[in-house]
Write a protein that binds this ligand. Structure first.
Ligand code: GLA
Length: 387
C-alpha cells in the first residue's frame, strides 16, 4: 500500500487536523539456514525482506494511547499514566510489550495515535511479530528521544516477546529485522551477537518463499517444549563435560559423549542443533566461494534434520519440500522459521520459476487440499524511519 493511502487512513481514524505524523518501517525475515539454533547459542543465517510493517504515529497532548491496524479489526485506547497491562490474546500485545519495556527503563510515555499496516502474511513464520516489535521500538525511541542503540532495542524487543507475549523465542528474528541489509544475508553468532553481512545476490537463481497456508500459533505450538528439551540435553551432557549450551559442542565431540543422554528423543534434539550449527558454517563458506550447489544441498540437509531429529516440520511442509525437490533446477528447499506450518524457502533457477509455482502448487493441493502461495523473496533493509 502506498504511503499516501496510509496517511489518508490515519486521518480517517484520528481526525484530519494538521498532525505531525512520522512513518517507520520494519521488515519481515526469512531464515536461509540455522533453525532452532539461536536459543542454543548457535549460528543463524537469515535475511530481512522487502515486505514488513509500517507504523504511522503521532504524539498527543493527552494521556490516551490509541491503537489501530489495517490488518485487524480490534482497536483500543489505554492510559499512558498507568503500567501497561496485557489485553487477552490481541495483536496489540506486541506493541504493548514494547511500551512496557520502555516504561521499565524510566521513560515517560505520553498520549499517542498509532496506525499499523503490515504486508507480511500473519502466522506464516516470516516474523510479523519481530517486525511489529521493532517498528514500535524505533518509533518510540525517536519520538521520546530515548537514545537507545539498535542492539538494545533488539534485546528489549525479544524480552517483550518472551515476558509479555509469552513466546520464548531466541534473538534471531529481532536481530535481523533490526540489522538486515538489502541484498545481504546476516551471519550471526547468537551467543556473542557478533555478526557479518554477506552479499547474497545469486546470478541466475531466485529465492522463492512458499506459504503452506497451514496456520500455526507459536505460543500454542511445541516451540517452548523444544527449548526445554534442549535444556535437558545440556543438563545430561554436563555429567560428562562442562557446557553452557549445545553450540559449545561440535559433531565429533558429540559422537563421543552422546550416550550421556539416556533419552533417545532428547539425544535427537541435541544432534539436530549441533549438526545444524556446522551446516550454517559450511553454508556461509560455500556462499563465499560462490558454490551455490553446496549451499542448496545444505538447505536440504537442514530440512531433513528438522523433520527427522527435531520433528518440527509436519506433513504440509514436508510435502512442499518434496514437490520442490522433484523439479530440475531447484538446488535446495527447506522449511524456514519455527516450523509446525508456515513457509518453506527454495533456491530456484530463474528459468524454472513458473514451472516451480505451477508444479509445487498443484502437487501440494492434490495431497493436502490446501492452496500454497508463492512470494519471490527480495532482500531489503532493516528497520528504519521513512519520514
Ligand atoms: C522462531 C523464533 C526464532 C527461532 C526460530 C527457529 O522464528 O522466533 O527465535 O528460534 O523460530 O529457528
Amino acid at each position: 500500500m502506498q504511503i499516501e493511502k496510509l496517511k489518508k487512513e490515519f486521518a480517517k481514524r484520528y481526525g484530519n487536523s494538521n498532525k505531525d505524523i512520522s512513518i517507520f518501517f520494519a521488515p519481515g525475515r526469512v531464515n536461509l539456514i540455522g533453525e532452532h539454533t539461536d536459543y542454543n547459542g548457535g549460528y543463524v543465517f537469515p535475511c530481512s525482506l522487502s515486505f514488513g510493517t509500517y507504523l504511522l504515529i503521532s504524539t498527543t497532548n493527552d494521556n490516551h494511547i490509541k491503537f489501530s491496524s489495517l490488518n485487524f479489526d480490534f482497536t483500543t485506547s489505554i492510559s499512558s499514566d498507568k503500567e501497561i497491562e496485557k489485553i487477552n490474546n490481541k495483536w496489540v500485545n506486541y506493541p504493548l510489550g514494547i511500551m512496557l519495556e520502555f516504561q521499565k527503563r524510566g521513560i515517560l510515555l505520553s498520549g499517542m495515535e498509532l496506525l499499523y499496516y503490515g504486508d507480511i502474511p500473519n502466522g506464516a513464520g516470516l516474523s510479523s511479530s519481530a517486525s511489529i516489535e521493532l517498528v514500535t521500538s524505533i518509533a518510540l525511541n525517536e519520538l521520546f528521544a530515548c537514545d537507545l542503540d539498535i542492539i538494545e532495542m533488539i534485546k528489549l524487543s525479544q524480552k517483550a516477546e518472551n515476558n509479555f507475549v509469552g513466546m520464548n523465542c531466541g534473538i534471531m528474528d529481532q536481530f535481523v529485522v533490526g540489522m538486515g541489509k538489502k541484498d545481504h544475508a546476516l551471519f550471526l553468532n547468537c551467543n556473542t551477537l557478533e555478526y557479518k553481512l554477506i552479499p547474497f545476490k545469486l546470478q541466475g537463481y531466485n529465492l522463492i518463499i512458499t506459504n503452506s497456508n497451514k496456520q500455526r500459533k507459536l505460543t500454542d505450538s511445541k516451540y517452548n517444549e523444544r527449548r526445554a528439551e534442549c535444556e535437558k540435553a545440556v543438563e545430561y551432557l554436563n555429567k560428562v563435560q562442562a557446557v553452557n549450551n549445545l553450540s559449545e559442542i561440535d559433531i565429533l565431540k558429540f559422537s563421543k559423549i552422546q550416550n550421556a543422554i539416556p533419552d533417545e528423543i532428547i539425544r535427537k534434539r541435541a544432534k539436530h542443533v549441533i549438526s545444524e550449527n556446522q551446516r550454517v558454517i559450511d553454508a556461509v563458506k560455500a556462499l563465499k566461494q560462490k558454490n551455490i550447489i553446496t549451499f542448496g544441498k545444505l538447505m536440504n540437509l537442514s530440512h531433513d534434520s528438522l523433520r527427522d531429529d527435531y520433528e518440527v516440520t509436519g506433513c504440509e511442509l514436508d510435502i512442499l519440500v518434496e514437490e520442490a525437490r522433484k523439479i530440475e533446477g531447484v538446488l535446495g528447499s527447506r522449511m524456514t522459521g519455527a516450523g509446525f506450518g508456515g513457509c518453506t524457502v527454495s533456491l530456484v533457477k530463474e528459468e524454472v520459476n513458473e514451472i516451480f509455482r505451477k508444479k509445487v502448487g498443484e502437487g501440494y493441493n492434490k495431497k493436502t487440499g490446501l492452496k500454497a502461495e508463492f512470494y519471490s523473496a527480495k532482500i531489503g533493509d532493516g528497520a528504519r524511519k521513512i519520514f
